[in-house]
Design a protein around this ligand. Structure first.
Ligand code: CA2
Length: 148
């Protein structure tokens, strides 16, 4: 199975600031952890990060036919992007939404997600482990719902 791992704005700064919310792992560290887990679960992972909403939408459109599902941390676009929501909905591929921080313990504007009602599930608050839990959950979901 192939999974697209989508990371939104400012996540390229991980490891440099705000460790209380986001931990100390860099995005490259997280991608390495996911690759290790992917090898164990026989998953091929495609990674993409952008600070640009249109680039994220383009990537979803471009990779849709190549992936079985998505692991998504849309960062601030979680709370604002109808365009990314529409792109994920149009892709018709299941996705798990992940967040490093516990968004529900933060400012009220972070409590609303434009993606979560479309997601298979949401994992938040476990720093880089949120991605690992999310990948496990998505792989289990895809295996259980495979038509092959
Ligand atoms: O907790 C998460 O994973 C978030 O998706 C992270 C977003 C935030 O807007 C969401 O509400 C929750 C922010 C990512 C910014 O990442 C930074 C990393 C290091 C330094 C500054 C920002």
């Amino acid at each position: 199975m192939r999974i697209g791992v989508l990371n939104g704005p400012n996540l390229n700064l991980l490891g440099q600031r705000q460790p209380v919310h986001y931990g100390t792992d860099t995005l490259a560290d997280i991608e390495d952890l996911l690759t290790e887990k992917g090898d164990v679960r026989d998953l091929e992972l495609l990674f993409f990060q952008s600070n640009d909403e249109g680039e994220l939408v383009d990537w979803v459109q471009m990779k849709t036919e190549k992936v079985d599902g998505w692991l998504v941390n849309a960062a601030a676009f979680t709370h604002t992007s109808v365009a990314l929501r529409d792109a994920l909905a149009a892709s018709d591929r299941p996705f798990v939404e992940v967040h490093l921080s516990n968004v529900y313990a933060r400012e009220p504007f972070r409590h609303n997600s434009l993606l979560s009602d479309l997601a298979v599930g949401v994992i938040a608050g476990f720093k880089s482990s949120s991605y690992l839990f999310g990948l496990e959950a998505l792989a289990d979901y895809l295996e259980e719902n495979s038509t092959e």
